[in-house]
Structures are given as C-alpha cells and as structure tokens.
Design a protein around this ligand. Sequence first.
Ligand SMILES: Cc1cc2nc3c(=O)[nH]c(=O)nc-3n(C[C@H](O)[C@H](O)[C@H](O)COP(=O)(O)O)c2cc1C
Length: 258
Amino acid sequence: MKVEKVYCAYFSPTGSSKRLAEAVAGVFTAEYEQIDLTKMENRNKPYHLDKGAVLIASAPVYAGRVQAQAAEAFKRFSAPQCPVVLLAVYGNRHYEDALLEMADIFQSGGFVPAAAGAFVAEHSFSKAIAGGRPDQADIEKAGTFAQQAKEIIEQKDAYTCTLPGNRPYRDGMGKLPFHPETAESCVGCMRCAKRCPMQAIDTLDVKKIDGDKCIKCMACVKGCAVGAKYVDSEPFLTTVSRLESLCAARREPEFFFG
Ligand SMILES: Cc1cc2nc3c(=O)[nH]c(=O)nc-3n(C[C@H](O)[C@H](O)[C@H](O)COP(=O)(O)O)c2cc1C
C-alpha cells in the first residue's frame, strides 16, 4: 500500500518506549503525527485512522503484560484494516504475553499487525538493570526493524504476524505495596507532578503522592532534577535486588514480521 500518514502512539513514563517508537517512525517518510498517551488528557479520546495510515504503537511491559493504562488507551484506536507496528519495551527480564495482548487489542480495533518488536530498555526500578538502554546498538536495530516493517507494508498485499505469548494472558500487575516518597531536598519545581501520568502528585504540595493512583512507573523518581523522589521500602528493595541478579545478562531485541 501507499503510506499516506504515520501515527506514532506511545505510553512512556520514563521515556524509553517513546525513544524507540520515534526511532521506528523516523524510517517512514510520510506525514507524521505523535500521540502521547502518557498524558492523561490524550488517553480517554477515541482515535480513528483513515485508509492509507500506518500506526506505530509502543508501550512498556509491566508484569509480562502491556502496561494497563496503555492497554486501555490502545482499545480506543480503530481503523479500516490499517497496518500497525507493535513495540513492547521491557526491562531486560521478559515480555511474556505483552506483544500478543497488544496484537489482540489492535486487531479488535480493525488493525492488521505487520511487524512487532520486543525491545530492551533500562528497568524503571534500577539503573543497574539494562542501564543506559536503549543504546546505540538498540537504536540501530530499531532502524533495521522499521525498514523491514516498511517494506512489508509497502510491498505485500496481505500478512499475518505470529507472536509469542499465551491466552489467557498471565495475571496483570497486582497492587504493589510501595510508592515514591519525597525528601526534604525537594525544591517544589513541579517537574514530578507534570510528568506523573496518573496525576497522583498533589500540585499544591508535590511532597504528597496518592498511593492508590500511583502506578509505580518511576517517572517522578527518574525525572527529579535534585533526586528528591525515592522509594526505599523493604518490598521494593527486595524486588530490586531479586531483579538485579535475575536480569544481569544482556538480552537483545526480538523481531516478528508478517
Ligand atoms: C511496575 C513495573 C513493572 C514492570 N514489569 C516488567 C516486566 O514484567 N518485565 C520486564 O522486563 N520489565 C518490566 N518493567 C520495566 C519496564 O518495562 C521498562 O523499564 C520500560 O522501559 C519502561 O518504559 P518507559 O521508559 O517507556 O516508561 C516494569 C516496570 C515497572 C515500573
């Protein structure tokens, strides 16, 4: 098909899913529109794509599934058999059912998965897990992946993308027994409140976080310019140390094509 327009939709609290989606979208040369689903106001709208459009959809993996808010937002996309390129971005542990779940969501909305990639990025919980990724090699691989996806979309009339994962999907993420705290060094700059995808940080007093709204994405912890947001509760530290030993070996991106 002739690609008329490329939409790049991502949910990305700590920026990796966005970076990888942009690396993929950059290979397509058509008119381009970004949809940042990290922003709450963008998540509740329906998005209908017209014939000739391609969607690049990217989200983090939480507990082996598509991050829940991203999944809900993706369910609001519809299209008349438009190709979708799927990116599941995970923290070097595993992505389990995330790509399959993403494909199912978009197929229900009328999309046809043309290609899918499981990409590795620094784990939201620890810089010691896949620290600094996606790195140069990952971005180059994303470009090669995008080139192949583009060729499939432009040259093939029909495709079926077979993806790993199981149905029913594994249980989603339960409620995690921690949320970020705020140190006295907080300067009240509001950066954390602006970055929080759940509006869980009180805009009148950014030291206050609503633990029920918080999805533990670490956008506030990683984004604080003075390092004032932190988590040091026992369940978190135990999880991090388990993950750091479990996920030490470098994993590489995996690609699937239709
Ligand atoms: C609550 C939570 C659960 C996560 N679960 C997984 C997981 O099951 N497997 C994995 O490899 N990484 C997991 N991660 C790591 C993220 O998938 C990874 O850091 C991703 O790059 C975050 O994307 P972003 O930078 O776009 O926010 C999890 C992160 C969080 C915050």
